[in-house]
Design a protein around this ligand. Structure first.
Ligand code: PLP
Length: 408
């Protein structure tokens, strides 16, 4: 049965697919809307381009061409060779494949990962037969390079994310790669949040493997890619028909891959044109308005080293779960900086790793912008967040709160 998302798939004249009227989407780190040009690029493949790209007939050859064009577009965004890219079923699969392959080929010893990795890395690392070590971050949410250096001897390989999904803090990835290289260790980076939003060039970074996911930069969900440096020994995670040069079996998602290519091409042009200054301006206007007009607001994470789209804020004496409810009612989509476990809100491992105490962690929200947000939305959202915080402080100050949130 077709579901009704009021207004969601209406193309608006500012060049993209936007949420229902009255809804402001500030949850781009969770997922972004397809841009209009991405949807346009995908539609013919969804409608007519169904041939299996591994076939030998004309329709199959066209599908193969569509995939190879997209591979070139993604490669260009990353400064990689097209043949160094493997299309996958998303960020989680890319990360799991990278860690699997590194585990097969790296020397004996535990993996070394940062304390703030996404669960795609942490859960896979937990399954590694030789275990893993954790390198801490500082109060700004950046990797502590001295601690990393101490963890390197005896490690099998390294996995450090390029930018954190909660705080948007960029990690010193080039330094990590240089330090690991001195010891002959390979480095994987979960760059799911960084690709498209910050200039990630695999050669400059000297990274060995890098994961990305289309839906974080205006592409479709369920499509990702893994960069595998030419010459690096590789073992696939998914075995079967030998697609993607034997590196990822399974019939390719032609429409999804074409969409990822179109999204990559758009983000590369945007990065080259203004380094996402427009998106940064929205984030800064939103954040500055709240910091100036509301007492007890803390910006979390090293502000000089952030993605241009992410604002992670703590609101003193304000329960984030309650704020989320008020903001949802007001039509603002954002995220709590805490994970929902066993029906209770717990502070996220990222905030705890930064030394943020439990009370402050539970009063934190993440607002993340995309290239489709407008300055009007940034200001309207700031006004509504201010109102919601003031309302909640009044209620909680009167002893009524905190609001209980039950997770389903
Ligand atoms: C840093 C990071 N890594 C990995 C993932 C997983 O990506 P996907 O949703 O494409 O599986 C996410 C998604 O939130 C992420 O933020």
């Amino acid at each position: 049965m077709a579901r009704n998302f009021p207004g969601i798939f209406r193309l608006e004249n500012r060049g993209g697919v936007v949420e229902a009227p009255g809804m402001i989407h500030l949850d781009a780190n969770a997922s972004t809307p397809l841009r209009a040009e991405v949807l346009e690029a995908m539609l013919p493949w969804l409608r007519d381009g169904y041939a299996n790209p591994s076939g030998t007939h004309a329709a199959a050859r066209r599908a193969r061409e569509g995939i190879e064009e997209a591979r070139g577009q993604v490669a260009e965004l990353l400064g990689a060779m097209p043949e160094e890219l493997v299309f996958t079923g998303g960020g989680t699969e890319s990360v799991n494949t990278a860690l699997h392959s590194l585990n097969v080929h790296a020397g004996v010893g535990p993996a070394l990962v940062s304390a703030i990795e996404h669960s795609a890395v942490l859960r896979y690392a937990e399954s590694l037969p030789r275990g893993f070590r954790v390198a801490p971050v500082n109060a700004g949410g950046r990797l502590d390079l001295d601690a990393l250096a101490e963890g390197l001897p005896g490690a099998a390989f390294v996995s450090v994310m390029a930018a954190n999904n909660e705080t948007g803090v960029l990690q010193p990835l080039r330094e990590v790669c240089m330090m690991a290289r001195e010891r002959g260790l390979a480095v994987h980076s979960d760059a799911v949040q960084a690709v498209g939003k910050s200039p990630i060039k695999v050669r400059d970074l000297a990274v060995d493997m890098l994961s990305l996911s289309a839906h974080k930069f205006h592409g479709p969900k369920g499509v990702g890619a893994l960069y595998v440096r030419g010459g690096l020994r590789f073992s696939p995670l998914l075995l079967g028909g030998g697609q993607e040069g034997g590196r990822r079996s399974g019939t390719e998602n032609t429409a999804g891959i074409v969409g990822m290519g179109a999204a990559a091409a758009y983000m590369r042009r945007q990065l080259e044109a203004d380094g996402h200054a427009a998106m940064r301006n929205l984030r800064d206007a939103f954040e500055n308005k709240l910091v100036e007009e509301l007492a007890g607001v803390t910006v979390n994470g090293a502000v000089a080293h952030r993605l241009p789209n992410t604002s992670h804020l703590s609101f003193e004496a304000c329960d984030a779960a309650g704020l989320l409810i008020l903001l949802d009612e007001a039509g603002i989509a954002c995220s709590a900086g805490s994970a929902c476990m066993s029906g209770r809100q717990r502070p996220s491992h990222v905030q705890l790793a930064m030394g943020i105490d439990e009370t402050r962690a539970k009063s934190s929200l993440r607002f993340s912008f995309s290239t489709l947000n407008t300055m009007g939305e940034a200001f309207a959202a700031a006004v509504m967040v201010k109102r919601a915080v003031e309302k909640l402080r009044r209620v909680q100050g009167s002893g009524v709160g905190p609001v209980q949130v039950y997770c389903v």
